[in-house]
Design a protein around this ligand. Structure first.
Ligand code: PPS
Length: 197
């Protein structure tokens, strides 16, 4: 880091927010594989887009095809995955976007590191708290079956730990209620917090 000096942007957060008509924030969806993170974040993004708001969805499966394709699923690699994604999310937040991040992000410390990267109120942790039994019965990609058979190692919830958030801003169990009401809960949070009109 020697000889590298931070370049100060000419445009402030509040100037960007004024131009866009809403504040930026990171909505960080965390939960087990199959919990419904991508479905929920995708549906929220569609609703934000419909309202003319500026957002972008960062999704674990997609990021692992490019930016993080060199990483596996050891706890160390997952930490690096979340570190990189956190930095990208922070840049997008700087650009004034509502950033939706859908990653298992199983370690509390790594999520807290991302929270610490940004300002107060700019990190909204959404615990997608669908129980393991439900995720496993859904098994949309057949991964739980493979993990149980020992064909996939270090699988979250089976052979690798998941540390649930202790004080997430929002908790949503996708096995209860319907998608529309879950999206409405997220939108209400953003409106009541003054993030979006
Ligand atoms: S992490 O822990 O945050 O770095 O994981 P993430 O980048 O979100 O990637 C999770 C998706 O990768 C698939 N997959 C696995 N998940 C958990 N454990 C293991 N070992 C594993 N191997 C592959 C899985 O499809 C996850 O996607 P989702 O959408 O969560 O089901």
């Amino acid at each position: 880091m020697n000889h590298i000096v931070w370049h100060q942007h000419a445009i402030t957060h509040s100037e960007r927010a004024a131009q866009k008509g809403h504040r930026g924030a990171i909505l960080w969806f965390t939960g087990l594989s199959g919990a419904g993170k991508s479905t929920l974040a995708g549906a929220l993004e569609a609703e934000l887009f419909r309202r003319g708001l500026h957002s972008y969805l960062l999704d674990g499966d997609n990021v692992r095809h490019g930016l993080c394709k060199d990483l596996g699923f050891s706890l160390e690699d997952r930490r690096e995955n979340i570190r990189r994604v956190g930095e990208v999310a922070k840049l997008m937040l700087d650009a004034g976007l509502l950033v939706l991040s859908a990653f298992v992000s199983p370690q509390r410390a790594e999520r807290d590191l991302v929270r610490a990267l940004v300002g107060e109120g700019e990190f909204i942790e959404v615990h997608v708290a669908t129980p393991l039994t439900v995720c496993e019965s859904r098994d949309p990609k057949g991964l739980y079956q493979k993990a149980r058979a020992g064909e996939i190692k270090d699988f979250t919830g089976i052979s690798s730990p998941y540390e649930a958030p202790v004080s997430a801003e929002l908790v949503i169990d996708t096995s209860e209620g319907d998608l529309d009401s879950q999206v409405a809960k997220l939108v209400d949070y953003l409106i009541s917090g003054g993030y979006i009109p």
